[in-house]
Each structure stands twice: as C-alpha cells, then as structure tokens.
Design a binder for this molecule. Structure first.
Ligand SMILES: Nc1ncnc2c1ncn2[C@@H]1O[C@H](COP(=O)(O)OP(=O)(O)OP(=O)(O)O)[C@@H](O)[C@H]1O
Length: 230
C-alpha cells in the first residue's frame, strides 16, 4: 500500500532531513513513527502527502509513484489521505459541524449527503451532541476529536497523524489512540508520528524509529517492556 524506496529529503539550504529511508506498509496496517524532535517524522509525513517534494528515491502508494502525479492529479490523491495535526487546525469562527463538513464542501458533496456523513463521523468520535458548538468551547481532547472527524469524513483509505496527542494528558492521549485503533479495525491504514514512547510501546503495533533522518529501527511487535530504540 505504501512503500518508501531509499527516500532522501534535502531542504533548500542543505539540511538533509531524511536519509535513504526504506520501508513498506500493507493495506490496513497501523504503524507508529517515532524519534527525537528533528528526527524527520513530520518530513516523512509531508512527503507522503505530497506537500513537499522528495530529493531522491521513490514513494509508491497503491503501486503508484506519487512523484509522477501531475498537478491536477494531486488533489485526487490527497482525498485518499486524512491528516490529523497536533494543534487540530480548527476554525474558531464556525461550529463543529461546519468544521467537519469543510472537506466535503470542497469536494462538492450535495448538502444532505454531506450532513449525513458529518453526523456519521461525529458519531464515531463521540461528539454527535456537540455539532452546533463552537470548537473553542470544547476541551483539548474534544477539539482533537473534531480534527479526527474532519480527517475521516471523506473516508480516506490512509490516515496520517502528526503528534496527535502532543497537547493531551496521558488518559486523553490513550483515548485518542484507541479511537485510531477503531478506524484501523475498519480497514483504514494508519501512520502516526509520536514521540510518546511510553504510550506507543504499550499499544503493541509496529514502530519505525528515525534518528537524524535515518530509519534505525523497525520493530514489528514491541514487547510490553520493550525499548523501541533497540
Ligand atoms: N521547511 C524546512 N526547511 C528547512 N529545514 C527544515 C524544514 N522543515 C524541517 N526542516 C528540518 O528538517 C529536520 C527534520 O524536521 P522534522 O520537522 O521532519 O522533524 P520531526 O521529527 O518531525 O521533529 P518534531 O518532533 O520536532 O516535529 C529538522 O532539522 C528541521 O529543522
């Protein structure tokens, strides 16, 4: 489903944020990406979203080399990918419903079908009763769940998350990860960047570890007490 072949990324200015990274994820996999600040986690996700070009190597998604997508194919490609950010990037001048419906409006969905899908997404994240509220009135964990509903509302096959629990206390962080596991169970492929090792090692999914741009460890099923840095 996702394959990185010897992928390197050098930013303008010369910093090499990723160095010859290779790995493969099957459809329906749930994988964590970890490493210290600056290790290259966000860069890897940005390359996968095609919001940054790579410098060397290739990335295949569903068998297609995403660097060969033409400018007008990129929006279609991005529709298959939902993205969750640490700071949720919600709009505070509109309701929860209006935040979540946004991707569907951009896709030109008919209003009734869009509303049906928004409510299904809000139901999955447990916020059906908050659709009329302004997100500013919600707790941090609830705001993050609005961000997740928005990321899944157009039913992506791949969900990427960049430090999705960075601002949350441990209990809320675990709840968000559990929610991701539920999306994974219905077939969504998940790649989640997180530096919260104590949380992700407990969850027993595959863990990729980056260190200064290199993939230094790929652990399939870390043990409960395992050291993901190997
Ligand atoms: N647009 C950019 N231009 C130049 N250098 C960049 C750019 N974006 C990231 N970098 C550099 O690339 C390296 C990897 O950054 P990246 O954001 O991918 O790391 P990260 O593992 O996600 O870190 P964090 O956990 O702090 O978000 C860092 O040294 C960073 O300064």
């Amino acid at each position: 489903m996702i394959r990185f072949d010897d992928v390197s990324k050098r930013y303008p200015g010369g910093h090499e944020a990723l160095k010859q990274v290779s790995f493969e994820m099957a459809r329906g996999d749930m994988v964590f990406l970890t490493g210290r600040s600056g290790a290259g986690k966000s860069t890897l996700l940005k390359l996968l979203m095609r919001s940054e070009p790579l410098s060397q190597g290739q990335i295949l998604v569903g068998g297609r080399n995403i660097n060969r997508l033409s400018a007008n194919q990129i929006p279609f490609y991005r529709r298959r990918i939902g993205v969750v950010f640490q700071d949720h990037q919600l709009l505070y001048d509109r309701s929860v419903f209006d935040n979540v419906v946004l991707p569907l409006q951009i896709d030109g969905f008919e209003r009734r079908e869009a509303a049906r899908r928004v409510r299904a997404a809000l139901d999955k994240v447990g916020l059906l009763d908050k659709e009329k509220m302004n997100p500013i009135a919600l707790s941090g964990g609830e705001q993050q769940r609005v961000g997740i509903a928005r990321a899944v509302v157009n039913r992506p096959t791949i969900l990427l998350a960049d430090e999705p629990t960075g601002n949350l206390d441990p209990e809320l962080a675990a709840e968000i990860m559990h929610l991701f596991e539920q999306f994974n169970q219905i077939g969504v492929s998940m790649l989640i960047a997180s530096h919260d090792l104590s949380l992700i090692t407990r969850l027993k999914h595959r863990i990729l570890t980056l260190d200064q741009g290199r993939l230094i460890n790929d652990e399939q099923h870390p043990s409960r007490h395992g050291d993901a840095h190997g």
